[in-house]
Write a protein that binds this ligand. Structure first.
Ligand code: PLP
Length: 386
């Protein structure tokens, strides 16, 4: 049987897969089972920070694998400790909890916020404000945090205690704070799955002020926006605020599973032994990969990301078949006249991999994509738009 036949027969049908099998990747290029090559502007949904089969990542991971793969969190291990220090040094966070995915990073943040509120205000202060059109994960609790009904259908009841404000409408959040006993506000700085919609600066500053005034835990979900994707190491850095918790995953280890929940001053001592855990969390190989990724995200790379993002926006804004272009850095959404799914299919036929975000075409190229291949890909996208 072919891979496609095996997959269709044996893998749970949670994904509507595109009709190609990826067999190899190198930098921003991937190759399918027929040998056809594609410029990959999807990066495994914002995961392959430095593209495919990145040599430095391979070296970091294999060197660690040759020492040991896994020990459990009963013992100390250097990659976990060193990645935590690196993240703290680069962000001002004080402590990090490692897990395996974005949803888990958010679960950890939600538990921490409830624990903080229970201790400081009382157990009935458990409500968490998130935003409509947000996406925070697929577990029952992170689905509850996700402010989109389509993801909730037939999975009810979800975890209690989530209410939804409206993005860029600060009064909607103030009303929720006034009418509920709240623990936290949780938001994505750019709503990724919601159509690559950046929040406005005023709104984010407003959220930060409301959190301070009411002693709420301010949680930035940087699962998709983090690790250089938007042209800053973390997207909150564009907004002049410091969250109390930042969650991330996806691009942190460039392709190996990891989640991280970063605790800043107010939240650094919430957890104590026994309150939270994860068998694979802090896995030495994933953390070694994370060190390789984070230590290479420097000012030069970040300014390249910003420049490439501007290049994409300038190339496509006002172009035939484009209604609007949104996003930050190399996280771009294109509102198209044609159905986005048709544009994605045409791009694929023409040798470029892009994905959708709601009704938009979404671009998430590797941060180090060559300008030459980026230009080539944009020309193919243009051809596929009309
Ligand atoms: N939060 C955000 C903002 C995301 O974009 C995603 C995934 O797309 C998640 C959380 C969930 O991450 P994971 O699929 O790693 O659990």
């Amino acid at each position: 049987m072919t891979t496609k036949e095996l997959d269709n027969m044996y893998v749970s049908h949670t994904y509507g897969r595109f009709p190609i099998e990826i067999v190899r990747g190198e930098k921003e290029m991937v190759y399918d089972e027929t040998g056809k090559e594609y410029i990959d502007l999807s990066s495994g949904i914002a995961v392959s920070t430095f593209g495919h089969s990145d040599k430095e990542l391979i070296k970091a991971a294999t060197e660690q694998m040759e020492k040991f793969f896994h020990t459990s969190n009963l013992y100390y291990s250097a990659p976990c400790a060193n990645l935590a220090k690196l993240l703290c040094d680069k962000t001002g966070a004080k402590k990090v909890f490692f897990s395996n995915s974005g949803a888990e990073a958010n679960e950890c943040a939600i538990k921490a916020a409830r624990e903080y509120a229970a201790k400081t205000k009382g157990e009935d202060y458990y409500t968490i404000i998130t935003l409509k059109n947000s996406f925070h994960g697929r577990t029952i609790t992170t689905l509850a945090a996700t402010g989109q009904d389509t993801f909730h259908q037939n999975f009810l009841p979800l975890t209690n205690g989530f209410v939804y404000g409206i993005a860029n409408d600060i009064n909607s959040v103030k009303e929720l704070v006034a009418s509920h006993k709240c623990a936290a506000i949780m938001f994505e700085l750019v709503q990724g799955e919601g159509g690559v919609m950046p929040l406005s600066k005023d709104f984010v500053i407003g959220l930060s002020q409301i959190a301070k005034e009411n002693d709420l835990v301010l949680i930035a979900d940087e699962v998709q926006t983090g690790n250089g994707r938007t042209g800053k190491l973390y997207a909150y850095m564009h907004y002049g605020i410091t969250p109390d918790i930042v969650t991330t995953a996806k691009g942190l280890s460039g392709g190996l599973p990891i989640g991280a929940t970063m605790f800043f001053e107010k939240t650094k001592d919430i957890y104590s032994p026994g309150m939270h855990g994860s068998t694979f969390g802090g896995n030495p190989v994933s953390c070694a990969a994370g060190i390789s990724v984070i230590s290479r995200i420097d000012e030069k790379l970040l300014s390249d990301v910003a420049e490439k993002g501007e290049y994409i926006k300038n190339s496509l804004t006002g172009y035939k078949g484009v209604k609007s272009v949104s996003g930050l850095g190399l996280m771009i959404g294109i509102e198209t006249e044609k159905d986005a799914k048709d544009v994605v299919a045409l791009c694929r036929e023409n040798g470029v991999l892009v994905i959708t975000a709601k009704t938009k075409v979404r671009l998430l190229p590797p941060l180090n994509i060559s300008k030459e291949n980026l230009q080539k890909a944009i020309e193919i996208i243009k051809k596929s738009l009309v």
